[in-house]
Write a new protein. Structure first.
Length: 201
């Protein structure tokens, strides 16, 4: 950072402000510092900043490795919206393997993210304890965790399936099939709720 400051003719704190809070720096100074950063190829050490107690810019997303359909769309939109706030998505794939997932969550939390978004990892007691110990905020998408921990953004999967199939029936459809991915099913309860809604319709 000192090399950037010397090249731009400013002090280290000004370089830090350009990196962390560019809106509070004048356009002229910001352009000079950004030019020096580009010329020198300087890359801020985000992990070091986090260890010094500064707010991390990383948002860790735990998601299925196959980002098809809705998963891919959500991760793409998260990346776009968070980037507007100066945040960077760090994507970690999760599997149906408790031991591997424990290693994955330890590695993910080792980057000291500002937030952890879970859209795929099943929560056993071991994973929950690791998350709690990190004191990093956790948000679950799609499915409420069996173990009550963190915040959750979801919807009633049974009611959604019931409403969807009822609509198809009202339009005169009689032969309606139910298909789900039989491989990486991270939440059997979610699939059960959807299927129950399908059958009730």
């Amino acid at each position: 950072m000192q090399d950037v400051a010397d090249a731009a003719g400013v002090n280290r704190s000004t370089v830090a402000r350009v990196i962390e809070k560019p809106d509070i720096v004048s356009q002229k100074t910001r352009s000079r510092v950004e030019g020096a950063i580009n010329k020198l190829g300087y890359t801020p050490n985000r992990l070091a900043s986090a260890l010094r107690g500064k707010r991390s810019r990383i948002v860790t997303v735990l998601a299925p490795p196959r980002l098809a359909a809705v998963y891919g769309a959500i991760v793409t939109e998260l990346t776009n919206q968070l980037s507007k706030e100066g945040l960077i998505v760090n994507l970690f794939p999760v599997l149906n393997d408790a031991e591997q997932n424990t290693s994955i969550i330890r590695e993910a939390l080792g980057w000291s993210p500002a937030l952890l978004i879970n859209i795929g990892m099943p929560l056993d007691n071991n994973v929950v304890e690791i998350m709690k110990a990190s004191k990093i905020p956790v948000v679950h998408l799609f499915d409420r965790p069996i173990i009550n921990f963190g915040s959750c953004i979801s919807y009633d999967h049974k009611a959604a399936a019931l409403s969807l199939v009822s609509h198809l029936i009202s339009r005169g459809n009689k032969h309606i099939g139910y298909v789900h991915h039989g491989g990486e099913i991270y939440s059997p309860r979610l699939q059960r709720d959807r299927f129950e809604g399908f059958r009730e319709a």
